[in-house]
Design a protein around this ligand. Structure first.
Ligand SMILES: [Ca+2]
Ligand SMILES: [Ca+2]
Length: 232
């Protein structure tokens, strides 16, 4: 107890001396201040393109049938992606969803006869040009009936198709969509009207949406990854 009181007295004395000496003991001094300590966030802004030249927030009719679509006819297109923001996109998620069918006879669904033959990613950046392996069969083995074909109906039952870049794939470094508008990634989907579609499928139609999400990181939600990360 006695020691504590002594310590307090010494501290009080020290403060008093400092106050008293502020004017008397002035010497060379300098004072500088750090001002403007602010925080601001970057942007993450993905845009899509059907033709690889005009990019917008969302596109329509990326994959459509040729006129007078008939069994055996094929279709295909590459949906291109770019990131015009300042924050890199490391993961891409494509959600095939909102499938609707109409027309035809006998209660058929045209989407049962739309066969997805190719699903793959395509990166082009810094002079590199790399196409992922075709994941249509693999997706079919996960979400389909394993009969060797991936129908649009089955494809749209997939939760999503995910892509990212593992560190250093054949000289291409992550991220998958680099900030700064590099127009560096595409999703290629090709398909055909099944050869065995009968007359019930005449005059029928179907439509689906492909919702695409670019993420700075992997979402925390649980997911079933139905494509591999790497190229092959
Ligand atoms: Ca956007
Ligand atoms: Ca199937």
């Amino acid at each position: 107890m006695a020691n504590k009181r002594v310590l307090v007295s010494i501290l009080a004395l020290g403060i008093a001396v400092t106050l008293a000496g502020a004017g008397t003991w002035a010497a060379f001094q300098d004072t500088e201040t750090s001002t403007g300590n602010t925080f601001s966030s970057g942007t993450l802004d993905m845009k899509l393109s059907n033709d690889g030249s005009t990019y917008t927030d969302g596109v329509t009719a990326t994959w459509t049938s040729p006129a007078n679509f008939k069994p055996g006819d094929t279709f295909g297109n590459e949906l291109r992606f770019t990131n015009v923001g300042s924050v890199n996109i490391n993961h891409l998620y494509m959600y095939p969803e909102d499938l609707t069918n109409s027309g035809g006879t006998g209660g058929i669904k045209l989407s049962d006869k739309i066969i997805i033959t190719k699903v793959t990613g395509h990166i082009t950046r810094d002079g590199s040009n790399l196409v992922w392996g075709n994941r249509a069969d693999f997706i079919g083995s996960v979400v389909g009936n394993r009969d060797g074909t991936l129908t649009l109906t089955e494809f749209c039952s997939a939760k999503f198709v995910a892509y990212c870049l593992s560190p250093i794939i054949f000289g291409i470094f992550p991220p998958i969509l680099k900030a700064g508008d590099h127009k560096d990634w595409g999703l290629i989907i090709e398909g055909k009207f099944a050869d065995d579609a009968d007359n019930h499928y005449q005059g029928s139609s179907c439509t689906f949406n492909m919702r695409c999400r670019g993420s700075q990181n992997s979402p925390t939600e649980g997911f079933e990854e139905i494509t591999g990360n790497g190229a092959d």
